[in-house]
Design a protein around this ligand. Sequence first.
Ligand code: SAH
Length: 341
Amino acid sequence: MTDIKSLSRAELAALVAELGEPSFRAKQIFTWLQKGVEGFDEMTNLSKPLRRKLEERCTLSVPVVERRQVSRLDGTIKYLWRLADGNCIETVIMRYKHGNTICVSSEVGCLMGCAFCASTVGGLVRRLTPAEILDQVIFSQKDSGLKISNIVLMGIGEPMDNLDAVLRFLELVNDPEGLNIGMRHISLSTCGIVPGIQRLGGLDLQLTLSVSLHAPDNETRNRLMPVNRAYPVEELFAACHWYFQETGRRISFEYAMIDGVNDHDWQADLIVKQLKGMPGHVNLIPLNDVRESPLKPSKRVAAFQKRLERQGVTATVRRKLGGDIDASCGQLRRKTMGLEE
Ligand code: SAH
């Protein structure tokens, strides 16, 4: 069976030709898929025999809303979707003045094992298909009635661990006849998988690369993020500098402030040193408390920000949204799947 929504435009055209249909059918089918039809019979401008043929050859992914939570504080919406195989993933819509941003998941669970992150509890279950990543945008928009203008790949999973599917997703979501969301409105976040950064840099897309840094020194970063043992800080920054030279795009660094762990002055100074020659942007995130974790939120966020700014590094403190609905990374899936007592 062919997963029809994961096909590129060229692959869909080839399928249509193979079924002995005229080529304009491919565009009709593509349009229906992007609208979030839930069965081939909804494709009413196709002949019934063609709908049957598609049904025999293809699967059509339709995620089901398992839970929907709307924040009373700021209107943030969190979806827990159930996929065809019973697995669940999370998607969050954040409402900003400049438009609605959706945060999508790239995997069911995560392999990366970061000490502070709820998404990695229980490990990686499987990678998502391009259609399952795209469905989060299509069906969130359909269910909420909100128009999505920005996408961040910052949900559950590591996008660079599922890069083929993520790249196909980008191609589909960017399609002028589909959702038509421009690359400049898309951010991709990685825990620091160097070969992934290199591959993405080579493609020279106009999207924003975000790197989850969380510590500028190997000792601390090894402790927080096992991936650092494979790609230590020096290699990570070398890749980031190369990426900037290659694409001319400023990289954004995520930094969750943890009490007594990564919030020392010398660590701010080390960030400044590593960013020399590259216009980076540091996004300071007040750590979201993860239950039963010894890691606690830092009380030095403002001081750390000032120290970076004083030395010429732009740093912002991320505003917290959806605090009343477990809107952060992996928290809702964890509760619903019984990964948390
Ligand atoms: N795997 C990718 C995509 C996930 S993005 C990555 O690591 O970048 C989710 C972001 O939230 C990452 O920057 C992650 O490090 C951060 N994060 C995870 N748990 C957090 C917590 N408890 N508090 C604050 N930020 C957290």
